[in-house]
Write a protein that binds this ligand. Structure first.
Ligand code: GLN
Length: 475
Protein backbone atom coordinates (compact mmCIF):
# COMPACT_ATOMS: atom_id res chain seq x y z
CA UNK A 1 0.00 0.00 0.00
CA UNK A 2 1.37 3.42 -0.92
CA UNK A 3 2.38 5.57 2.03
CA UNK A 4 0.72 8.73 0.76
CA UNK A 5 -2.77 8.31 -0.61
CA UNK A 6 -5.58 10.67 -1.47
CA UNK A 7 -8.96 9.98 0.09
CA UNK A 8 -10.18 8.60 -3.24
CA UNK A 9 -7.23 6.17 -3.29
CA UNK A 10 -7.87 5.18 0.32
CA UNK A 11 -11.48 4.43 -0.57
CA UNK A 12 -10.36 2.29 -3.52
CA UNK A 13 -7.99 0.39 -1.24
CA UNK A 14 -10.81 -0.20 1.24
CA UNK A 15 -12.95 -1.70 -1.51
CA UNK A 16 -10.06 -3.89 -2.70
CA UNK A 17 -9.14 -5.08 0.80
CA UNK A 18 -10.97 -3.78 3.87
CA UNK A 19 -11.24 -0.80 6.19
CA UNK A 20 -9.55 -2.92 8.83
CA UNK A 21 -6.52 -3.56 6.64
CA UNK A 22 -6.20 0.10 5.68
CA UNK A 23 -6.45 1.25 9.30
CA UNK A 24 -3.94 -1.41 10.38
CA UNK A 25 -1.53 -0.13 7.74
CA UNK A 26 -1.78 3.45 9.04
CA UNK A 27 -1.29 2.23 12.61
CA UNK A 28 1.84 0.41 11.46
CA UNK A 29 3.25 3.58 9.90
CA UNK A 30 2.37 5.54 13.06
CA UNK A 31 4.17 2.88 15.13
CA UNK A 32 7.41 3.72 13.28
CA UNK A 33 6.95 7.49 13.52
CA UNK A 34 9.95 9.76 14.07
CA UNK A 35 7.99 12.99 14.54
CA UNK A 36 5.95 12.86 17.81
CA UNK A 37 2.83 13.88 15.88
CA UNK A 38 0.29 11.88 17.86
CA UNK A 39 -0.38 12.33 21.58
CA UNK A 40 -2.84 9.43 21.62
CA UNK A 41 -3.26 6.62 19.14
CA UNK A 42 -6.79 5.29 19.42
CA UNK A 43 -7.06 1.74 20.71
CA UNK A 44 -10.54 1.67 19.20
CA UNK A 45 -9.56 2.46 15.60
CA UNK A 46 -9.30 -1.15 14.45
CA UNK A 47 -12.53 -2.08 16.16
CA UNK A 48 -14.26 0.88 14.49
CA UNK A 49 -12.87 -0.17 11.09
CA UNK A 50 -14.01 -3.78 11.58
CA UNK A 51 -17.49 -2.57 12.44
CA UNK A 52 -17.61 -0.53 9.23
CA UNK A 53 -16.52 -3.58 7.20
CA UNK A 54 -19.27 -5.60 8.80
CA UNK A 55 -21.96 -2.97 8.23
CA UNK A 56 -20.98 -2.46 4.59
CA UNK A 57 -19.26 0.63 3.29
CA UNK A 58 -21.94 3.28 3.26
CA UNK A 59 -21.22 6.93 3.98
CA UNK A 60 -18.89 9.26 2.08
CA UNK A 61 -15.89 8.43 4.31
CA UNK A 62 -16.64 4.79 5.12
CA UNK A 63 -13.51 3.38 6.73
CA UNK A 64 -11.30 6.36 5.88
CA UNK A 65 -8.91 7.12 8.76
CA UNK A 66 -8.43 10.64 10.09
CA UNK A 67 -6.25 12.36 12.71
CA UNK A 68 -7.82 14.89 15.11
CA UNK A 69 -6.19 17.81 16.91
CA UNK A 70 -6.13 17.30 20.65
CA UNK A 71 -8.50 20.19 21.41
CA UNK A 72 -11.46 18.57 19.59
CA UNK A 73 -13.55 16.30 21.82
CA UNK A 74 -13.79 12.63 20.89
CA UNK A 75 -15.63 10.31 23.28
CA UNK A 76 -13.23 7.96 25.04
CA UNK A 77 -9.99 9.64 23.92
CA UNK A 78 -8.03 12.07 26.11
CA UNK A 79 -8.38 15.73 25.15
CA UNK A 80 -5.26 17.30 26.63
CA UNK A 81 -4.99 20.46 24.49
CA UNK A 82 -1.25 19.86 24.86
CA UNK A 83 -1.51 20.84 28.52
CA UNK A 84 -0.72 19.24 31.85
CA UNK A 85 -3.82 20.84 33.34
CA UNK A 86 -6.11 18.50 31.38
CA UNK A 87 -4.16 15.39 32.37
CA UNK A 88 -6.55 12.46 32.64
CA UNK A 89 -9.54 14.34 31.19
CA UNK A 90 -11.56 12.23 28.75
CA UNK A 91 -14.57 13.99 27.19
CA UNK A 92 -17.93 12.28 27.60
CA UNK A 93 -19.28 13.77 24.35
CA UNK A 94 -18.23 14.22 20.73
CA UNK A 95 -17.63 17.59 19.10
CA UNK A 96 -20.10 18.44 16.33
CA UNK A 97 -17.42 17.84 13.69
CA UNK A 98 -16.70 14.40 15.18
CA UNK A 99 -20.39 13.48 15.11
CA UNK A 100 -20.40 14.42 11.43
CA UNK A 101 -17.24 12.45 10.68
CA UNK A 102 -18.47 9.34 12.47
CA UNK A 103 -21.81 9.55 10.67
CA UNK A 104 -19.86 9.69 7.39
CA UNK A 105 -18.01 6.51 8.39
CA UNK A 106 -14.57 7.97 9.21
CA UNK A 107 -12.23 6.13 11.58
CA UNK A 108 -10.45 8.26 14.20
CA UNK A 109 -6.77 7.21 14.26
CA UNK A 110 -5.81 9.36 17.22
CA UNK A 111 -5.27 12.82 18.67
CA UNK A 112 -2.47 15.06 17.48
CA UNK A 113 0.08 17.24 19.23
CA UNK A 114 -0.44 20.99 19.46
CA UNK A 115 0.77 24.11 21.16
CA UNK A 116 -0.72 24.27 24.65
CA UNK A 117 -4.33 25.44 24.26
CA UNK A 118 -3.47 26.32 20.64
CA UNK A 119 -1.22 29.18 21.76
CA UNK A 120 1.81 29.21 19.52
CA UNK A 121 3.11 28.84 15.99
CA UNK A 122 5.55 25.97 16.39
CA UNK A 123 3.97 23.21 18.54
CA UNK A 124 6.83 23.81 20.98
CA UNK A 125 4.59 25.03 23.82
CA UNK A 126 3.05 21.53 24.08
CA UNK A 127 3.53 19.95 27.50
CA UNK A 128 4.38 16.74 25.62
CA UNK A 129 7.39 18.05 23.70
CA UNK A 130 7.57 19.42 20.18
CA UNK A 131 6.58 17.65 16.97
CA UNK A 132 9.26 17.48 14.27
CA UNK A 133 8.78 18.77 10.76
CA UNK A 134 8.87 15.73 8.43
CA UNK A 135 10.97 17.73 5.94
CA UNK A 136 13.71 18.32 8.51
CA UNK A 137 13.38 16.67 11.89
CA UNK A 138 15.33 19.47 13.59
CA UNK A 139 12.74 22.03 12.53
CA UNK A 140 9.29 22.93 13.85
CA UNK A 141 6.19 21.83 11.93
CA UNK A 142 4.52 25.19 12.58
CA UNK A 143 1.56 25.52 14.90
CA UNK A 144 -0.52 25.32 16.69
CA UNK A 145 -1.97 22.37 14.70
CA UNK A 146 1.59 21.13 14.07
CA UNK A 147 0.79 17.52 14.92
CA UNK A 148 -2.09 17.39 12.43
CA UNK A 149 -0.06 18.91 9.58
CA UNK A 150 3.01 16.79 10.30
CA UNK A 151 1.17 13.46 10.40
CA UNK A 152 -0.46 14.24 7.05
CA UNK A 153 2.90 15.27 5.54
CA UNK A 154 4.53 12.11 6.97
CA UNK A 155 1.89 9.75 5.56
CA UNK A 156 0.62 8.86 9.04
CA UNK A 157 -2.95 9.89 8.13
CA UNK A 158 -4.57 10.76 4.81
CA UNK A 159 -6.05 13.91 6.30
CA UNK A 160 -6.66 15.64 9.61
CA UNK A 161 -8.56 18.31 11.50
CA UNK A 162 -6.91 21.29 13.12
CA UNK A 163 -8.17 24.59 14.49
CA UNK A 164 -7.19 28.06 13.32
CA UNK A 165 -7.45 31.07 15.64
CA UNK A 166 -4.73 33.20 14.08
CA UNK A 167 -3.15 30.86 11.56
CA UNK A 168 -2.92 27.50 13.30
CA UNK A 169 -4.09 25.47 10.32
CA UNK A 170 -2.41 27.52 7.58
CA UNK A 171 0.96 28.02 9.28
CA UNK A 172 1.67 24.31 9.82
CA UNK A 173 0.24 23.53 6.37
CA UNK A 174 2.77 25.95 4.84
CA UNK A 175 5.69 24.65 6.95
CA UNK A 176 4.90 20.97 6.26
CA UNK A 177 4.02 21.29 2.55
CA UNK A 178 0.37 20.30 2.84
CA UNK A 179 -2.95 22.06 2.16
CA UNK A 180 -4.85 23.70 5.05
CA UNK A 181 -8.10 25.67 5.06
CA UNK A 182 -9.43 28.17 7.61
CA UNK A 183 -13.15 28.27 6.80
CA UNK A 184 -15.35 31.36 7.04
CA UNK A 185 -16.19 32.16 10.68
CA UNK A 186 -19.46 30.41 11.45
CA UNK A 187 -19.20 27.80 8.66
CA UNK A 188 -18.08 24.97 10.95
CA UNK A 189 -19.50 24.42 14.42
CA UNK A 190 -17.14 24.89 17.36
CA UNK A 191 -19.31 22.77 19.65
CA UNK A 192 -16.97 20.44 21.53
CA UNK A 193 -13.81 22.34 20.58
CA UNK A 194 -11.95 23.70 23.60
CA UNK A 195 -12.07 27.48 23.28
CA UNK A 196 -8.91 29.57 23.14
CA UNK A 197 -10.25 32.77 21.52
CA UNK A 198 -13.73 31.93 20.31
CA UNK A 199 -14.46 35.06 18.26
CA UNK A 200 -11.52 34.14 16.02
CA UNK A 201 -11.32 30.39 15.71
CA UNK A 202 -12.63 27.79 13.29
CA UNK A 203 -11.97 24.10 12.86
CA UNK A 204 -10.19 23.50 9.56
CA UNK A 205 -9.12 20.54 7.42
CA UNK A 206 -5.53 19.60 6.50
CA UNK A 207 -4.76 17.24 3.60
CA UNK A 208 -2.30 16.38 0.85
CA UNK A 209 -4.47 17.91 -1.86
CA UNK A 210 -7.31 20.37 -2.39
CA UNK A 211 -9.87 17.73 -3.33
CA UNK A 212 -9.53 16.04 0.06
CA UNK A 213 -10.03 19.41 1.76
CA UNK A 214 -13.30 19.82 -0.14
CA UNK A 215 -14.41 16.27 0.73
CA UNK A 216 -13.80 16.98 4.40
CA UNK A 217 -15.49 20.39 4.31
CA UNK A 218 -18.62 18.90 2.78
CA UNK A 219 -18.78 16.55 5.78
CA UNK A 220 -17.95 18.92 8.67
CA UNK A 221 -19.49 22.26 7.60
CA UNK A 222 -23.08 23.21 8.25
CA UNK A 223 -25.41 24.68 10.82
CA UNK A 224 -25.38 23.54 14.43
CA UNK A 225 -27.76 25.09 16.94
CA UNK A 226 -25.34 24.30 19.81
CA UNK A 227 -22.87 26.89 18.51
CA UNK A 228 -24.45 30.34 18.74
CA UNK A 229 -22.09 31.65 16.05
CA UNK A 230 -22.95 28.88 13.59
CA UNK A 231 -24.44 30.24 10.37
CA UNK A 232 -26.87 28.37 8.18
CA UNK A 233 -25.17 28.90 4.85
CA UNK A 234 -23.57 25.67 3.73
CA UNK A 235 -21.71 25.81 0.43
CA UNK A 236 -20.96 22.74 -1.64
CA UNK A 237 -17.21 22.50 -1.81
CA UNK A 238 -16.62 19.46 -4.02
CA UNK A 239 -18.77 20.94 -6.78
CA UNK A 240 -16.37 23.88 -7.00
CA UNK A 241 -13.38 21.74 -8.00
CA UNK A 242 -13.08 22.94 -11.59
CA UNK A 243 -9.77 23.47 -13.35
CA UNK A 244 -10.55 26.96 -14.60
CA UNK A 245 -9.59 30.44 -13.42
CA UNK A 246 -10.28 32.33 -16.63
CA UNK A 247 -11.49 35.83 -15.84
CA UNK A 248 -10.77 35.49 -12.12
CA UNK A 249 -9.65 38.76 -10.53
CA UNK A 250 -6.82 38.46 -8.03
CA UNK A 251 -5.76 41.20 -5.62
CA UNK A 252 -2.23 41.25 -4.28
CA UNK A 253 -2.09 43.21 -1.01
CA UNK A 254 1.38 44.72 -0.79
CA UNK A 255 1.16 44.89 3.01
CA UNK A 256 1.52 41.08 3.08
CA UNK A 257 4.97 41.33 1.50
CA UNK A 258 6.51 43.33 4.31
CA UNK A 259 9.95 43.69 5.80
CA UNK A 260 11.71 40.47 6.73
CA UNK A 261 10.06 38.29 4.11
CA UNK A 262 12.38 35.58 2.76
CA UNK A 263 13.29 36.37 -0.88
CA UNK A 264 12.55 32.78 -1.99
CA UNK A 265 9.09 32.98 -0.38
CA UNK A 266 8.39 36.24 -2.18
CA UNK A 267 9.56 34.77 -5.48
CA UNK A 268 7.56 31.53 -5.12
CA UNK A 269 4.37 33.49 -4.39
CA UNK A 270 4.89 35.82 -7.35
CA UNK A 271 5.62 32.81 -9.56
CA UNK A 272 2.28 31.39 -8.44
CA UNK A 273 0.47 34.65 -9.23
CA UNK A 274 2.06 34.69 -12.68
CA UNK A 275 1.00 31.08 -13.14
CA UNK A 276 -2.60 32.19 -12.52
CA UNK A 277 -2.10 34.95 -15.06
CA UNK A 278 -0.93 32.40 -17.63
CA UNK A 279 -4.08 30.40 -16.92
CA UNK A 280 -6.34 33.34 -17.72
CA UNK A 281 -6.72 35.19 -14.41
CA UNK A 282 -5.81 38.86 -13.95
CA UNK A 283 -4.14 40.48 -10.97
CA UNK A 284 -3.60 43.91 -9.53
CA UNK A 285 -1.98 45.31 -6.44
CA UNK A 286 -4.38 46.38 -3.71
CA UNK A 287 -3.75 48.33 -0.56
CA UNK A 288 -4.99 47.37 2.89
CA UNK A 289 -3.62 50.15 5.10
CA UNK A 290 -4.79 48.77 8.45
CA UNK A 291 -3.16 45.36 8.06
CA UNK A 292 -0.13 46.66 9.91
CA UNK A 293 -2.20 46.94 13.10
CA UNK A 294 -3.59 43.40 12.83
CA UNK A 295 -0.98 41.64 14.88
CA UNK A 296 -1.36 43.97 17.86
CA UNK A 297 -5.14 43.86 17.67
CA UNK A 298 -5.15 40.07 17.28
CA UNK A 299 -2.91 39.40 20.25
CA UNK A 300 -4.87 41.69 22.57
CA UNK A 301 -8.22 40.18 21.59
CA UNK A 302 -6.89 36.59 21.67
CA UNK A 303 -5.30 37.05 25.08
CA UNK A 304 -8.39 38.74 26.54
CA UNK A 305 -10.64 35.93 25.34
CA UNK A 306 -8.12 33.31 26.51
CA UNK A 307 -7.95 34.80 30.01
CA UNK A 308 -11.70 34.41 30.29
CA UNK A 309 -12.00 31.00 28.57
CA UNK A 310 -9.23 29.40 30.59
CA UNK A 311 -10.73 30.48 33.92
CA UNK A 312 -12.67 27.20 33.94
CA UNK A 313 -9.52 25.15 34.49
CA UNK A 314 -9.29 25.38 38.24
CA UNK A 315 -8.72 21.82 39.45
CA UNK A 316 -12.39 21.43 40.34
CA UNK A 317 -13.96 20.22 37.14
CA UNK A 318 -11.35 18.91 34.73
CA UNK A 319 -8.17 16.87 34.82
CA UNK A 320 -5.17 17.80 36.93
CA UNK A 321 -5.51 19.01 40.53
CA UNK A 322 -2.92 20.03 43.08
CA UNK A 323 -4.18 19.45 46.61
CA UNK A 324 -3.76 22.21 49.19
CA UNK A 325 -5.01 23.38 52.57
CA UNK A 326 -8.01 25.29 51.20
CA UNK A 327 -9.90 25.98 47.95
CA UNK A 328 -8.04 29.20 47.06
CA UNK A 329 -4.66 27.57 47.55
CA UNK A 330 -5.78 24.52 45.53
CA UNK A 331 -6.90 26.66 42.57
CA UNK A 332 -3.82 28.77 42.60
CA UNK A 333 -1.40 25.83 42.89
CA UNK A 334 -3.28 23.84 40.23
CA UNK A 335 -3.11 26.73 37.78
CA UNK A 336 0.50 27.55 38.62
CA UNK A 337 1.67 23.98 38.03
CA UNK A 338 -0.87 22.91 35.40
CA UNK A 339 -0.40 25.69 32.84
CA UNK A 340 2.84 26.23 30.91
CA UNK A 341 4.73 29.53 30.63
CA UNK A 342 3.13 30.78 27.40
CA UNK A 343 -0.41 30.11 28.61
CA UNK A 344 0.26 31.88 31.92
CA UNK A 345 1.80 34.83 30.08
CA UNK A 346 -1.35 35.19 27.99
CA UNK A 347 -3.75 34.80 30.91
CA UNK A 348 -1.87 37.54 32.77
CA UNK A 349 -1.71 39.90 29.79
CA UNK A 350 -5.35 39.26 28.89
CA UNK A 351 -6.51 39.83 32.45
CA UNK A 352 -4.50 43.06 32.57
CA UNK A 353 -5.92 44.34 29.27
CA UNK A 354 -9.47 43.66 30.48
CA UNK A 355 -9.05 45.18 33.92
CA UNK A 356 -10.89 48.33 34.99
CA UNK A 357 -9.04 51.37 33.76
CA UNK A 358 -7.28 49.52 30.94
CA UNK A 359 -10.25 47.95 29.21
CA UNK A 360 -10.89 50.98 26.97
CA UNK A 361 -7.24 51.59 26.30
CA UNK A 362 -6.46 48.08 25.09
CA UNK A 363 -9.42 45.77 24.53
CA UNK A 364 -11.86 48.34 23.17
CA UNK A 365 -9.17 49.86 20.98
CA UNK A 366 -8.24 46.42 19.63
CA UNK A 367 -11.89 45.80 18.74
CA UNK A 368 -12.04 49.11 16.86
CA UNK A 369 -8.91 48.20 14.94
CA UNK A 370 -10.47 44.84 14.17
CA UNK A 371 -13.36 46.66 12.49
CA UNK A 372 -10.92 48.68 10.40
CA UNK A 373 -9.14 45.49 9.31
CA UNK A 374 -12.48 43.94 8.39
CA UNK A 375 -13.30 47.06 6.35
CA UNK A 376 -9.97 46.71 4.51
CA UNK A 377 -10.98 43.18 3.51
CA UNK A 378 -14.49 44.27 2.50
CA UNK A 379 -13.09 47.03 0.33
CA UNK A 380 -10.34 44.95 -1.27
CA UNK A 381 -12.69 42.04 -1.93
CA UNK A 382 -15.30 44.28 -3.50
CA UNK A 383 -12.92 44.94 -6.38
CA UNK A 384 -11.43 41.44 -6.80
CA UNK A 385 -12.53 37.82 -6.33
CA UNK A 386 -9.59 36.66 -4.22
CA UNK A 387 -6.49 37.95 -2.46
CA UNK A 388 -3.14 36.17 -2.69
CA UNK A 389 -0.06 36.46 -0.49
CA UNK A 390 2.51 34.35 1.31
CA UNK A 391 1.07 32.29 4.17
CA UNK A 392 4.23 32.60 6.25
CA UNK A 393 6.98 35.16 5.57
CA UNK A 394 9.67 32.52 6.22
CA UNK A 395 10.07 28.75 6.02
CA UNK A 396 10.08 26.48 9.10
CA UNK A 397 12.66 27.49 11.71
CA UNK A 398 14.75 25.27 13.99
CA UNK A 399 13.26 23.78 17.15
CA UNK A 400 14.39 26.01 20.03
CA UNK A 401 15.35 28.93 17.77
CA UNK A 402 12.52 31.30 18.71
CA UNK A 403 10.80 29.84 21.74
CA UNK A 404 12.65 32.04 24.27
CA UNK A 405 11.54 35.16 22.40
CA UNK A 406 7.72 35.31 22.33
CA UNK A 407 7.53 38.59 20.42
CA UNK A 408 9.55 37.19 17.50
CA UNK A 409 7.27 34.16 17.47
CA UNK A 410 4.16 36.38 17.46
CA UNK A 411 5.57 38.27 14.47
CA UNK A 412 5.50 35.11 12.37
CA UNK A 413 1.67 35.32 12.41
CA UNK A 414 1.69 38.67 10.62
CA UNK A 415 0.09 37.29 7.42
CA UNK A 416 -2.33 34.83 8.97
CA UNK A 417 -4.01 36.63 11.89
CA UNK A 418 -5.65 39.45 9.84
CA UNK A 419 -7.83 36.79 8.20
CA UNK A 420 -9.21 35.65 11.58
CA UNK A 421 -9.94 39.25 12.59
CA UNK A 422 -12.01 39.59 9.41
CA UNK A 423 -13.57 36.11 9.56
CA UNK A 424 -12.98 35.38 5.87
CA UNK A 425 -11.94 31.99 4.42
CA UNK A 426 -8.32 31.36 3.56
CA UNK A 427 -6.34 28.38 2.30
CA UNK A 428 -2.62 27.62 2.22
CA UNK A 429 -1.36 25.51 -0.68
CA UNK A 430 2.21 24.36 -1.40
CA UNK A 431 3.84 26.65 -3.99
CA UNK A 432 7.56 25.89 -3.89
CA UNK A 433 10.62 25.17 -1.77
CA UNK A 434 13.61 26.94 -0.32
CA UNK A 435 16.57 24.83 0.76
CA UNK A 436 14.35 21.76 0.82
CA UNK A 437 11.66 23.43 2.97
CA UNK A 438 8.09 23.99 1.73
CA UNK A 439 6.56 27.41 1.01
CA UNK A 440 2.82 28.16 1.24
CA UNK A 441 0.67 30.38 -0.98
CA UNK A 442 -2.25 31.91 0.87
CA UNK A 443 -5.54 32.45 -1.01
CA UNK A 444 -8.19 34.53 0.78
CA UNK A 445 -11.80 34.93 -0.29
CA UNK A 446 -15.12 36.58 0.50
CA UNK A 447 -17.16 35.29 3.43
CA UNK A 448 -18.75 31.94 2.53
CA UNK A 449 -17.03 31.95 -0.83
CA UNK A 450 -15.05 28.79 -0.09
CA UNK A 451 -16.05 27.58 -3.58
CA UNK A 452 -13.98 30.28 -5.33
CA UNK A 453 -11.05 29.82 -2.91
CA UNK A 454 -11.10 26.07 -3.54
CA UNK A 455 -11.50 26.42 -7.30
CA UNK A 456 -8.42 28.65 -7.46
CA UNK A 457 -6.43 26.30 -5.20
CA UNK A 458 -7.53 23.27 -7.21
CA UNK A 459 -6.62 24.88 -10.52
CA UNK A 460 -3.16 25.74 -9.21
CA UNK A 461 -2.68 22.16 -8.12
CA UNK A 462 -3.82 20.78 -11.48
CA UNK A 463 -1.24 22.92 -13.25
CA UNK A 464 1.78 22.54 -10.92
CA UNK A 465 3.46 19.69 -9.08
CA UNK A 466 4.49 21.19 -5.71
CA UNK A 467 1.84 19.21 -3.84
CA UNK A 468 3.20 15.90 -5.16
CA UNK A 469 6.59 16.27 -3.42
CA UNK A 470 7.10 14.15 -0.30
CA UNK A 471 9.48 14.65 2.62
CA UNK A 472 12.59 12.47 2.24
CA UNK A 473 13.17 12.28 6.02
CA UNK A 474 10.19 10.00 6.56
CA UNK A 475 9.82 8.30 3.16
N1 GLN B 1 0.08 31.66 16.63
C1 GLN B 1 -1.17 32.26 16.97
C2 GLN B 1 -1.30 32.34 18.47
O1 GLN B 1 -0.44 31.90 19.12
C3 GLN B 1 -2.30 31.51 16.37
C4 GLN B 1 -2.65 30.27 17.08
C5 GLN B 1 -3.90 29.63 16.56
O2 GLN B 1 -4.34 29.89 15.45
N2 GLN B 1 -4.49 28.80 17.39
O3 GLN B 1 -2.23 32.84 18.99
Amino acid sequence: MAKWMSVAQVKEKIEESSAEEVTARYLEVIGKSKINGYLTVSDKALEQAKKIDKEGHSGPLAGVPIAIKDNISVVGLPNSCGSKILEGYVPPFNAHVIEKLLAAGAVVLGKTNMDEFAMGSSTETSHFGPTSNPWDLERVPGGSSGGSAAVVAAGEAPFALGSDTGGSVRCPAAFCGVVGLKPTYGAVSRYGVVAYANSLEQVGPLANNVEDIAVLMDVIAGYDRRDSTSINNKTECQKSLVDDVKGLKIGVPKEFFGEGIHPDVEKAVWDAIHKYESLGATWKEVSMPNIKYSLASYYIIAMCEASSNLARFDGTRYGFRENAENWHAMVSKTRADGFGTEVKRRILLGTYALSAGYHDKYYLKALKVRTLVKQDFDKALSAVDLLMAPTMPNPAFKIGEKIEDPLTLYLSDVNTCPINLAGVPSISVPCGFTDGLPIGLQIMGKPFDEPTVLRAAYTFEQNTDHHTKRPPEVA
